[in-house]
Ligand binder design. Structure first.
Ligand SMILES: [Fe+2]
Length: 196
């Protein structure tokens, strides 16, 4: 069964100045759609055609099949990212999220500072992630290009896309401004759901 582009789970006009409608039209409608189309073309007629997305990501990574891996992982990463931002979400973390943040980062301010710093310093293209590790603790990861926590057996909890295509229309080269605005739209409710 072919992979499909998911709809955005929010009104794309409601996340400025973090991301404008124009950014979403390109980021979701062109970039994410492009990964889905290339993935479908790459697996068509092969044994991978009927695998689910996570199986496909792990198998293509192990086999160093980058033509499949990059598009499959970017489809996963973008689909996940759209769940991590929402203009209607709670403006503070839920109780489980706050408890795990305190455990690993001492305070919400520390957590936000460390995540922002990781996202700002990631060289080139990639993703800043919050993951749950095997000890059930939160960690912040900077992953390059299409790399995704599931290939490292970590559970993704939250992510921010720091590829230039995510912010260049609205913020030009000022990635720190994009990161700063992100905190207004982070979907704390999604994190709480994944951690509960
Ligand atoms: Fe992206």
């Amino acid at each position: 069964m072919a992979f499909t582009l998911p709809d955005l789970p929010f009104d794309n006009t409601q996340l400025a100045p973090f991301c404008s409608k124009e950014t979403f039209e390109y980021h979701h409608g062109k970039h994410h759609a492009g990964y889905v189309n290339k993935l479908n073309t790459a697996v068509q007629g092969s044994e991978m055609e009927n695998m689910n997305l996570e199986e496909l990501i792990k198998k293509s990574y192990q086999e160093k099949n980058l033509g499949v891996f990059n598009n499959a992982a970017q489809h996963f990463n973008h689909s996940f990212f759209w769940q991590c931002i929402n203009p209607s979400a709670s403006k503070t973390p839920g109780s489980k999220t706050q408890e795990l943040i305190n455990q690993s980062f001492q305070s919400l301010d520390n957590f936000k500072a460390q995540f922002s710093d990781t996202a700002a310093k990631l060289f080139g293209s990639g993703w800043a992630w919050v993951v749950l590790n095997n000890e059930q603790k939160l960690e912040i990861l900077a992953l390059k290009d299409a790399d995704t926590p599931i290939i490292f057996d970590k559970k993704p909890i939250m992510t921010l896309d720091v590829w230039e295509h995510a912010y260049y229309i609205d913020h030009r080269n000022a990635r720190p401004n994009y990161i700063q605005e992100f905190w207004q739209f982070i979907n704390w409710d999604n994190m709480e759901k994944l951690l509960s």
